[in-house]
Ligand binder design. Structure first.
Ligand code: UD1
Length: 419
């Protein structure tokens, strides 16, 4: 099984570029099924989640080609041979559930496995289904699959009890080809939702309000093929920013958008990490004073992103003083804390809060990535820990970070992937 071996090498310095955003790519790939025409998606790193979704789409008899070198995916869903997705693949990745909205819009029917549990929480899909039922769908469950169908999709008002990113995206995808107007109230306002809306609008969809809590979709008869470049990954950007801060380095993080990073930049600034916009799409991150502990709470956008919680915990674990992190989005997202404790971090967990007493130094040891972002947090801690750290189960990390070891090597880190 592959692992990362990391040794502390001091300050990271230089420039590192962020790739296309995983959480925007997955719904956009699902949305390519809305048209019979060809769509070309650029800035698609061959992350394992992306490859898995692509192979699921291919297994439905849909033409799909990945050019890994150019990081470009072409899809032509002229023919959809199967409206059912494979359990083994779907179980690995919850975003596969986004295929449901596209299939309902195109074929009025889908058979999708119920997504299983997930290490970070139970992650139900009730809000996705609530939206589809409002659009006129009905469903049956048997043998672990949901069979959902509708005679026609009719727009309606849908109130989400929580601004779920996935539910907002799935409903938005389905509603593009529904009859009449669909309004999603208490919608997610994440930048990835906006990116999906931008893509859908390029296909000819009529959407307003994306990026706010009310999104209105007026159904159209048909959507067309298009070419689209996915937004940069704000979580990868934040991860490199913390890599600079935790090693007291000086790094320029390129291919980022300030508007996506506001909560991350604000919290870095509260810790005294300096962030300076050096170009339209580049931020220099460095430290020149003592860092301060902070308290933070994860929230839907524009709140602090839950996906940055683990990386931030790694930074706070080496800042003298007491920091408190409250996780409000997922109920079990402190799995990484136990591994950090093995590296010498002082963290106590009480339900949804983590109290972190910053220590002078962490020490390298053998640790295990428990989930994607927690695994990224372990890499960050390892960059600052005395001695050697070995991180196993890195397949979690590779779901969302492409060539992270190469990018970190470029800015001076000692990190090797052992296969
Ligand atoms: C997406 C992101 C993930 C990120 C999360 C929150 C993708 C592929 N993944 O996940 O990286 O951490 O947003 O920003 O984009 N919920 C329900 N019922 C539902 C749906 C969700 O109760 O039907 C709950 C979840 O259990 C969770 C909360 O809502 O507690 C947020 O989940 P959601 O926003 O849906 O996250 P995802 O779309 O799965």
């Amino acid at each position: 099984m592959s692992k990362f071996v990391i040794e502390k090498k001091g300050k990271l310095e230089g420039n590192v570029a962020v790739g296309g955003c995983k959480n925007a790519i997955l719904p956009i790939l699902a949305a390519t099924l809305l048209t019979e025409e060809k769509c070309v998606i650029n800035a698609v790193p061959p992350l394992s989640d992306v490859i898995a979704l692509c192979s699921m789409i291919k297994e439905m008899g849909i033409f799909l080609d990945i050019d890994q070198k150019k990081q470009c995916v072409s899809v032509c869903a002229k023919n959809i041979e199967s409206i059912q997705t494979d359990y083994q693949k779907a179980a690995k990745m919850r975003a596969s559930f986004l295929i449901m909205g596209a299939l309902l819009a195109r074929c009025r029917e889908a058979i999708i496995p119920l997504p299983g549990g997930c290490p970070i929480g139970s992650r139900p899909v009730d809000l996705h289904l609530k939206g589809f039922y409002a659009l006129g769908c009905h469903s049956e469950q048997s043998h672990g699959f949901i069979h959902i169908c509708a005679k026609k999709l009719q727009g309606d008002k849908i109130y989400l009890d929580f601004p779920s990113v996935g539910a907002t995206e799935n409903i938005m995808i389905a509603a593009t080809l529904a009859k009449g107007v669909t309004t999603i109230l208490n919608a997610a306002a994440e930048p990835e939702v906006i990116d999906l809306a931008e893509f859908l609008k390029k296909m000819g969809a009529n959407i307003t309000g994306e990026g706010t809590s009310t999104i209105t979709i007026t159904g159209v008869k048909k959507l067309s093929g298009t070419e689209y470049t996915v937004m940069p990954d704000r979580i990868e950007a934040g991860t490199f920013m913390i890599a600079a801060a935790i090693t007291k380095g000086d790094v320029v993080v390129e291919n980022v958008r300030e508007k996506d990073l506001k909560p991350i930049l604000a919290k870095l600034s509260e810790t005294n990490v300096k962030t300076q916009k050096v170009e339209e799409n580049a931020f220099r991150v460095y430290t020149n004073t003592k860092l301060q502990p902070v308290s933070l709470k994860t929230m839907p956008f524009p709140g602090f992103p839950t996906d940055m919680q683990a990386p931030f915990m790694s930074l706070l674990s080496v800042i003298k003083g007491t920091s408190v992190i409250t996780e409000t989005v997922f109920e079990n997202r402190f799995l990484h804390a136990t591994e950090l404790q093995r590296m010498g971090a002082k963290i106590s967990i009480d339900s949804r809060s983590a109290v972190i007493e910053g220590v002078e130094k962490l020490t390298g040891t053998q640790v295990k990535a428990m989930d994607l972002r927690g695994g990224a947090g372990l890499i960050l801690s390892a960059l600052a820990a005395e001695g050697k750290t070995e991180i196993s189960d890195i397949y979690h990390i590779e779901r969302g970070y492409y060539n992270i070891e190469k990018k970190l090597q470029k800015i001076g880190a000692s990190i090797v992937k052992m296969t």
